[in-house]
Each structure stands twice: as structure tokens, then as C-alpha cells.
Ligand binder design. Structure first.
Ligand SMILES: Nc1ncnc2c1ncn2[C@@H]1O[C@H](COP(=O)(O)OP(=O)(O)O)[C@@H](O)[C@H]1O
Ligand SMILES: [Mg+2]
Length: 264
């Protein structure tokens, strides 16, 4: 973050700023200290070995898991309680089996008491954009894993979240479906301009979706590298075969090779 911006714009911009944040559970040091900024409207990917504290870090940013040291801020305010409007997607879609796709998407709006006609139109539009517009009335058990995850993504975005937190959302999907989801998520989050943090074990996915990629060490997870990803958007899957792309993938892979950690 530039000095000018931190003075002039920190309160207006909805940046996520971590300053020496760490988390301990008793004697177990889960992650940190970690400092980074995710600028408003950008997409940051985080890769790191299993158990290095990625999910815990994401929960800290959502205000669900207080840090032990340091300060995490959102839009200039310390995050001290669960943030009101955060879209979260996990590996498991957590859809309710007794509600159809559209009604699953509308759930957060119902909780918030904001489920008006405009919200219903938005929910339907998000499902259209995510390629499952023909399945609004279908129940979760009638949908494939990839379709269910698209519904979960629409649900996470229906209330115009201030930030989107994705915790290995595609890990349970087959490779082709995963590729397809990468493109769909890129396009939807680009339309919405929503600040996004993606945790993934796939280096290629991290690079494809990120404006930046943060590389974490083993537990306690710290930031080993912070790499700007320069490719313009929209990015297409064929980008992954370009030498500039594979060079960045290599740079990240070397971190894990050096530390003896294999990522999947
Ligand atoms: N609520 C908790 N209580 C105690 N230990 C926890 C808790 N949540 C996570 N941990 C521990 O913190 C470490 C990091 O976990 P996690 O954030 O899930 O890692 P990752 O998502 O990178 O795989 C692990 O050792 C895990 O056992
Ligand atoms: Mg995790």
C-alpha cells in the first residue's frame, strides 16, 4: 500500500490490512506473524501446505477467529467481531437438501430480511451467469458436484458481499469441472468487482485467478513470497500454457521443493 493511499484513502477504501497477525491455540502456533494488504476490488490467491493455518487465517479475516497478536483491519476498522457481509465458499457446498437451487441462493437474504423482488432477480441472474440457470427449481441431490458448487458461489454473492473468501472451493471437483469453475468464478467476480481471497492447493489455479499470489510456509504459516500476476483479464485457460505463466508456476513450486513440501 502506498504511503499516499494509507493517509488519504484508508478509510474510504475497503482494503483488508493484516499487520503482524498471528494465531496460537495454547502451545500450537497455527500461523503468523503475517502482514499483507489486499486492495479493494482485487483478487489474491494463497497457496501453502496442509495445516499451515490457511483456513484459520481466513476465519480471522472474516472475524470468526480472533487473532492472538497483531491487528487485522477492514476498511480501516479493526476486525473484532464477525463481519456482516462476507461471502464464504468451502470445499463442501453446505446446500440445504430440502430447498431448490434458487431458494438455497436466497437463504442469506432471507436471514438478513432483504429478500425482495430485486434480490430474487439477482439470485436468478447469478445462477444464469454461473451456467446453472436451467436448474433453479432443481434440488441439490439432482445436481452434479460442480453444479452444486456454482449454487454455493451464487449464494455467497447474492447479498453483494464486501469480500469473498474461498477456502479450497474446487478441491472436490474433477479436473475439467475445476477448469470450467476457474473461468466462471473469474468472470463473475470481475463483473462484481468484489475483493476476493482464494485458498487453493493448485498453483495453476492460484495464478490463473489471482492478481497476486501469496506463498505460505509450513506451520506456523508465514508469507514466503508475494507475486504480482500481470496477465490482463479476462484470462482464458490457454494462458496456462504460455511461458510467462509456467515461469510463475515454477517460481512458486520451487518454494515448496526447497522446503521439502509437496503440494497437490
Ligand atoms: N479451533 C481450533 N483449535 C485448536 N487447533 C486448531 C483449531 N483450528 C485449527 N487448529 C490447528 O491449527 C493448525 C492450522 O489449521 P488450518 O488453518 O485448518 O490449516 P490449513 O487450512 O492450512 O490446512 C492445525 O494444526 C490445526 O490442527
Ligand atoms: Mg484448510
Amino acid at each position: 500500500m502506498s504511503a499516499t493511499r494509507s493517509i488519504a484513502g484508508a478509510n474510504q477504501r475497503r482494503d483488508i490490512v493484516l499487520d503482524g497477525v498471528s494465531k496460537r491455540y495454547g502451545t500450537l502456533h497455527a500461523y503468523g506473524p503475517i502482514s499483507f494488504t489486499v486492495e479493494d476490488g482485487t483478487s489474491v490467491s494463497i497457496v501453502g501446505p496442509s495445516g499451515c493455518g490457511k483456513s484459520t487465517l481466513l476465519r480471522t479475516i472474516a472475524g470468526l477467529e480472533p487473532s492472538t497478536d497483531g491487528v487485522a483491519r477492514f476498511a480501516g476498522q479493526p476486525i473484532t467481531k464477525p463481519l456482516e457481509n462476507v461471502g464464504i465458499v468451502f470445499q463442501r457446498d453446505l446446500l440445504l437438501d430440502w430447498r431448490n437451487a434458487l431458494d438455497n441462493v436466497l437463504l442469506p437474504a432471507e436471514f438478513r430480511g432483504t429478500c425482495d423482488d430485486a434480490t430474487k432477480e439477482r439470485a436468478a441472474r447469478l445462477l444464469d451467469q454461473l451456467g446453472v440457470g436451467g436448474f433453479k427449481q432443481a434440488y441439490p441431490w439432482q445436481l452434479s458436484g460442480g453444479m452444486r458448487q456454482r449454487v454455493a458461489i451464487a449464494r455467497s454473492m447474492v447479498c453483494h458481499p464486501a469480500m469473498l473468501l474461498l477456502d479450497e472451493p474446487f478441491s472436490a471437483l474433477d479436473a475439467l469441472t475445476r477448469d470450467q469453475m476457474n473461468v466462471l468464478v473469474q468472470d463473475v467476480r470481475q463483473n462484481e468487482n468484489v475483493t476476493t481471497i482464494l485458498i487453493t492447493h493448485s498453483i495453476a489455479e492460484a495464478v490463473f485467478l489471482g492478481d497476486r499470489v501469496l506463498v505460505m510456509s509450513g506451520r506456523p504459516g508465514q508469507i514466503l513470497d508475494d507475486i504480482a500476476i500481470p496477465f490482463p483479464r479476462p484470462r482464458r485457460l490457454s494462458l496456462r500454457e504460455e511461458p510467462e505463466f509456467t515461469e510463475i508456476v515454477r517460481r512458486i513450486r520451487i518454494h515448496f521443493e526447497r522446503t521439502g513440501i509437496l503440494v497437490g
